[in-house]
Design a protein around this ligand. Structure first.
Ligand SMILES: NC(=O)c1ccc[n+]([C@@H]2O[C@H](COP(=O)([O-])OP(=O)(O)OC[C@H]3O[C@@H](n4cnc5c(N)ncnc54)[C@H](OP(=O)(O)O)[C@@H]3O)[C@@H](O)[C@H]2O)c1
Length: 236
């Protein structure tokens, strides 16, 4: 990244959901390293390993299954211009023969309704300021249903469709929407998956590059790249 690209981040304020581990923590660190102030939104603010090492990382409370918690956060972070909808829930169950329908509903709350509520509240504020970007963490499972994570796949498909709708409606406001479609990542969520995995740091770096380029969809990691190359000819 050249110095002009690096200066894109300086003095900006970001919100990263699910910032206490995995990709969220890698994103918070990457942003703070670029002199961005970061609201690190987590269920337990005492649970962020290195917030104290990073002057620019500010822990805030958020439970995406609790609308009151989302509304309280929105009031606190009204100045953000970069929103990373990173928090995700994957209960690793089939959709059709799930053990609990409640788990599927929780996935939809975290992966779809939470980002929707944040976008509805924060996009108009970005419009007033004439700039802003949402980065939505999706998955190649948004396009390909994996039975073992069936309800999660469905929630990511819903979030992908939401991402397309946000892009169409927010582009005239000068607000950008980036969709990120990784394959398996080396985080707690995929710990039990016996597959090659991309590191969260590599994905975070790819996202930083997308922010300073014109890429509105990115597919970080070998598996995601392979998937994208295969399906690209059939997508609109
Ligand atoms: N890992 C993969 O293979 C993979 C592949 C493609 C896409 N993704 C997506 O990448 C994103 C990051 O996931 P990750 O791999 O870094 O997984 P992770 O390490 O399991 O992190 C998930 C994060 O979401 C938070 N979260 C879960 N439920 C929440 C809720 N109700 N309210 C607020 N935060 C909540 C978790 O907080 P707690 O620590 O409190 O539970 C955690 O910080 C997710 O959107 C995921 O779907 C992951």
């Amino acid at each position: 990244m050249n110095s002009k690209s690096e200066s894109f981040f300086e003095g900006r304020t970001a919100l990263v959901t699910g910032a206490n581990g995995g990709l969220g923590l890698a994103l918070a660190r990457a942003l703070a390293d670029r002199d961005c102030k970061v609201y690190a939104a987590v269920r337990n603010p005492d649970n962020i390993a290195d917030a104290s090492n990073y002057r620019l990382i500010i822990p805030v409370r958020l439970d995406l299954t609790d609308p009151d918690s989302i509304d309280a956060l929105i009031t606190l972070v009204a100045d953000v211009s970069l929103v990373f909808n990173n928090a995700g829930s994957n209960r690793q169950d089939s959709a059709l023969f799930c053990r609990s329908e409640g788990a599927a509903r929780e996935e939809m709350e975290v992966n779809f309704f939470g980002p929707l509520r944040l976008a509805r509240a924060l996009a108009p504020l970005m419009k007033d300021r004439g700039e802003g970007t949402f980065v939505n963490l999706l998955s190649i499972l948004a396009f390909e249903h994996l039975v073992e994570c069936g309800s999660y796949s469905a929630s990511k498909a819903a979030a992908h469709s939401l991402t397309q709708g946000m892009r169409a409606q927010l582009q005239p406001w000068g607000v950008r929407v980036i969709g990120v479609y990784p394959g398996p990542m080396d985080t707690a969520m995929s710990a039990s998956l016996p597959l090659p995995k991309v590191s969260p740091e590599v994905v975070a770096t790819a996202i930083m590059s997308a922010l300073v380029s014109r890429d509105d969809e990115i597919y970080p990691g070998d598996i995601a790249q392979e998937f994208h190359t295969k399906w690209r000819p059939y997508r609109g």
